[in-house]
Write a protein that binds this ligand. Structure first.
Ligand code: MG
Ligand code: ZN
Length: 224
C-alpha cells in the first residue's frame, strides 16, 4: 500500500516534469536552438569538455550554457571566461535537488536571449543517478564518464547510459597512468546501450574532439 502511494507520487512528479519539458521543447524549436543535456558524475570533466567545445565552435555556432550545481556559481564563472552566456542554477536554493528539472531550466531561460543562441548546453548536476529520469526538453542527451571512474560504472548506473544518445569516455590522456581496461569499459557501455558507441575524448589534449564536434553537427542538421 505504502509502496503504491510512493509510486503514484513519483509518477505525478515525472508527469508534471514532462509537461514542462514539452513546453521547453516548443520554446527551443521556435527559437531554432539545439539543446544538449550533459550528464555525468562530479569530476567526470563535464565543464572542461564544454570549455574546450566552446573554443572549437567559436565562429561556427553561437553557444550558451546553463549549468546546475547544488552550491556555488564556479562553473558558470569558468564558462563565462570563454565569452559565452552562462547561467548558473544553484539547486540548493530549491531545496538541494541533485538533478535539474524542466521547471528549473524554464526559469533559467528567462536569463538568456535565445534569439542569440544556436546551441545550448545544459550541464546537469554532477550525479550519475536521477538526472537521467528528468526530461528537460533537450534534443539530445550525453553522458560523460571519465576513465578514472572504473569499468563497472555503466553496469552499476545503467539508466544514464540507456537514455543517452552519446556516451563520452573522458580524460583519455590519463589512460597510461591507470590500470583501466578500456576494452572492458567499452564492452560495458555496449552492454547497457548497444546503439551508443562510446566516443573517447581528452579535452586537455584535444584527442577525439573532432568526433564530438561532428556529432554535434549531426544533431544540429537533424533539427534544421
Ligand atoms: Mg561542472
Ligand atoms: Zn536528484
Amino acid at each position: 500500500m505504502e509502496k503504491t502511494r510512493r509510486v503514484d507520487i513519483v509518477s505525478k512528479v515525472l508527469a508534471a516534469n514532462d509537461r514542462i519539458a514539452a513546453e521547453n521543447r516548443r520554446t527551443f524549436a521556435g527559437a531554432g536552438v539545439v539543446v544538449v543535456d550533459v550528464m555525468g558524475s562530479p569530476g567526470a570533466g563535464k565543464t572542461m569538455l564544454l570549455e574546450a567545445t566552446i573554443e572549437r565552435l567559436a565562429g561556427s555556432a553561437r553557444v550558451a550554457v546553463i549549468t546546475g550545481d547544488i552550491a556555488t556559481a564556479r562553473d558558470a564563472g569558468r564558462i563565462a571566461r570563454h565569452g559565452v552566456p552562462a547561467v548558473q542554477i544553484v539547486t540548493g536554493e530549491f531545496g538541494g535537488a541533485c538533478h535539474l528539472e524542466a521547471g528549473t531550466v524554464a526559469e533559467a531561460l528567462g536569463r538568456l536571449d535565445l534569439a542569440a543562441v544556436d546551441v545550448l548546453f545544459v550541464e546537469n548536476v554532477g550525479n550519475l543517478v536521477c538526472p537521467a529520469e528528468f526530461d528537460l526538453g533537450q534534443d539530445a542527451r550525453v553522458v560523460v564518464l571519465s576513465v578514472t571512474e572504473g569499468e563497472d560504472k555503466p553496469l552499476k548506473y545503467p539508466l544514464a547510459f540507456q537514455v543517452a544518445d552519446l556516451v563520452i569516455l573522458s580524460k583519455t590522456d590519463l589512460v597510461p597512468h591507470l590500470d583501466v581496461d578500456m576494452e572492458d569499459l567499452r564492452a560495458n557501455v555496449r552492454e547497457v546501450n548497444p546503439r551508443a558507441e562510446p566516443l573517447e575524448i581528452s579535452a586537455k589534449t584535444g584527442e577525439g574532439m573532432d568526433g564530438w564536434v561532428s556529432w554535434l553537427g549531426l544533431v544540429r542538421s537533424k533539427k534544421c
